[in-house]
Design a protein around this ligand. Structure first.
Ligand code: ATP
Ligand code: ZN
Length: 313
């Protein structure tokens, strides 16, 4: 096969590794939009061309490298990129493979990102008896995750044959290539469509932010800490709401009890009345209609719920 050629545009942007952080994210797939959205919420302004491999950060020393998700653990482990965002499933499989091959040092997990949630599960054809992991004894299990599957079998002392495939795992039983599979599941729709039943979850996954094992320069480390704080802020505001309401002073204890996930509400006097006050609070949980109705029943009026855009502790 011809050597991979990179589009000229990838080299048209300055890649100053000494000064700028490089973050590897999936080029096109389930994680892509979430990753780019998170980076944008952290304040990154970058432009992305159609076949572009590198997005240059215009307002931060942070560039985004767009690659296949399977390449991300090694790009970070080998310090080609300082940071990466990748599914825990891909990362853990690669970690086990590296350990088995004696490769190190590895990537370091900085933060779970609360998207790309899925699970790696064992599934068998509908109607097959399942009495726990021992039921896999002697079977052929098709998977693209041989190391995670092997770890599960080993933990349960089960002897089975792992069939490593590069894709289309869910049709392996129908093709007579395996009696069970170990594959990613989110809704279970693909399994149902292929007449398979999920019988055991072996790994719960979400997207993770990882970093190189190599120390960063002080400037890059400082930027990384700023980005981590911003990610924290983005994650905190996801569910947060700002509630404003009026309440009789006498109802304050009950109203404070009802406000979901708010520690210290601000109490503001209202012009023209000593009996009522305004209550402002950041609620770190979603605010449902039921909560508003309960607040109203407790004496609150003029209720207002606003989204929170940014938050720094
Ligand atoms: P690439 O071309 O980058 O190799 P891919 O086909 O391997 O892409 P996707 O299907 O886009 O990968 O999934 C990327 C990641 O999204 C998975 O590794 C997993 O962490 C996560 N994910 C979330 N839900 C699911 C799901 N239902 N099925 C598969 N992956 C999921
Ligand atoms: Zn992949």
């Amino acid at each position: 096969m011809a050597a991979m050629t990179l589009p000229a545009v990838a080299w048209a942007v300055p890649m100053d590794k000494a000064q700028r952080l490089q973050v590897a994210v999936q080029k096109s797939g389930r994680l892509t939009d979430h990753c780019l959205d998170l980076l944008a919420r952290c304040g990154l302004k970058s432009s992305r061309g159609k076949d572009q491999l590198l997005c240059f950060g215009e307002n931060m020393p942070l560039d985004v490298l767009l690659v296949r998700d399977d390449d991300i653990p090694d790009l970070v482990r080998e310090d080609v990129c300082d940071l990466g965002i990748v599914g825990g499933n891909v990362l853990e499989e690669r970690r086990l493979a590296c350990l088995a091959a004696g490769i190190g040092p590895l990537f370091e997990v900085l933060q779970p990102l609360d998207f790309g949630r899925c699970r790696l599960s064992i599934a068998v054809p509908e109607g097959c008896a399942w009495a726990g992991p021992q039921s896999l004894t002697g079977l052929r299990i098709a998977t693209t995750y041989p190391y995670l599957t092997e770890q599960y079998l080993h933990q349960h002392g089960v002897q089975a044959q792992i069939m490593t495939l590069s894709g289309a795992v869910e049709i392996a039983p129908r093709l007579g290539r395996a009696e069970a599979i170990c594959d990613l599941v989110s809704t279970g729709g693909t399994l149902r469509a292929n007449h398979l039943t999920e019988v055991a979850t072996i790994f719960e996954s979400q997207a993770l932010l990882i970093r190189t094992p190599v120390p960063l320069s002080p400037d890059k480390e400082a930027w990384l800490q700023r980005i981590l704080m911003r990610i924290d802020g983005v994650q905190q505001v996801k569910e947060s709401k700002y509630i404003m309401l009026h309440a009789p002073r006498s109802a304050l204890p009950e109203i404070r009890r009802l406000l979901p996930g708010s520690e210290y509400p601000t109490i503001v006097p209202l012009e023209g009345t000593t009996e009522k006050v305004a209550v402002h609070a950041v609620c770190r949980e979603n605010v449902f209609w039921e909560t508003l109705e309960a607040l109203k029943a407790a004496g609150a009026s003029a209720l207002l719920v606003l989204p929170v855009e940014k938050m720094l502790p």
